[in-house]
Write a protein that binds this ligand. Structure first.
Ligand code: ZN
Length: 276
């Protein structure tokens, strides 16, 4: 391994900071999941000055447990120990870690999951130009076609190594306990749409059989095809129209999922199980 996990941006665990000591208020007194994010920054240093250290720009507002740079040279910054809580999800949260409704404060992301920022620009938008290798993936509501910056090979290897450390510390966190910020806060966040979940999880758990329930459903066209495979007569096409939205909502209702018309990791997992 040729990168370091640095503690130079550790956040003081004290009042006024976006951290809480221990997991005593969380389910089973421990984190039950990992929430992946993109930072929408160019560098790890930029992310770390926003979230980490004794004087973070977002002091008392938001943090994360780790930031993963784009290269081994950047490495990983630890902001909060995995034995403590970081405030990385919870604002405008409607879904909890297992896909159920987020009803209690104790269900909130920052009470239940480890938060990892990956240094990543996000999607192309004014000021951020897509390059030819940027992926196409649509927003959870199917209405925005996004161009997504790829994560780098070194970054993916660091995600895998860090994930292994987390799972060694909290062995009850299995492959199904990983999700993205947008899965918890589908009307508030789109990060990290297009994230290489299957590669990262296969690496962390050293299991090539972990199904890829993400890339086959990145676009509205793929989602329509999948719903048609489950008996919804939506017809072909790449647009996500009202009939698609209604079909997804009726699928969610039938499967006991939160009914919100948002294509989440939880929806993907269930669709994939039924189609395969
Ligand atoms: Zn996020």
């Amino acid at each position: 391994m040729s990168f370091l996990i640095s503690d130079r941006f550790l956040i003081p665990v004290s009042e006024g900071y976006a951290v809480d000591r221990g997991w005593t208020a969380a389910t089973d007194f421990k984190p039950v999941a990992v929430t992946w994010h993109w930072s929408a920054t160019r560098t790890l240093d930029e992310c770390s000055r926003l979230l980490g250290g004794p004087e973070p720009l977002r002091k008392g507002i938001a943090s994360a447990h780790f930031g993963i740079g784009r290269s081994y040279r950047e490495g990983i910054d630890r902001y909060v120990s995995v034995d403590d809580r970081s405030w990385h999800a919870g604002k405008n949260q409607t879904v909890r870690w297992d896909g159920g409704p987020c009803l209690e404060v104790s269900d909130k992301g920052h009470r239940t999951s480890i938060g990892i920022e990956t240094i990543h620009l996000g999607y192309a938008r004014p000021g951020i130009q897509a390059e030819s290798d940027w992926a196409r993936a649509d927003s959870p509501n199917g209405r925005w076609q996004l161009r997504i910056q790829p994560w780098t090979e070194e970054q993916i290897q660091m995600m895998i190594e860090l994930g292994r450390e987390i799972v060694a510390h909290w062995p009850h966190i299995g492959p199904n306990a990983h999700h993205g910020h947008h899965d918890l806060c589908p009307d508030y966040k789109v990060d990290p749409v297009g994230f290489p979940f299957a590669r990262v999880l296969r690496g962390i758990y050293n299991d090539p059989e972990i199904p890829d329930v993400w890339t086959p459903y990145w676009t509205a066209r793929q989602r329509r095809t999948a719903l048609n495979g489950l008996g919804f007569g939506l017809g072909p096409g790449g647009l996500w129209d009202k009939s698609c939205d209604l079909a997804l909502r009726s699928f969610q209702a039938a499967e006991g999922l939160v009914v919100n018309g948002r294509w989440s990791t939880f929806v993907s997992r269930r669709v994939h199980q039924l189609l395969n």
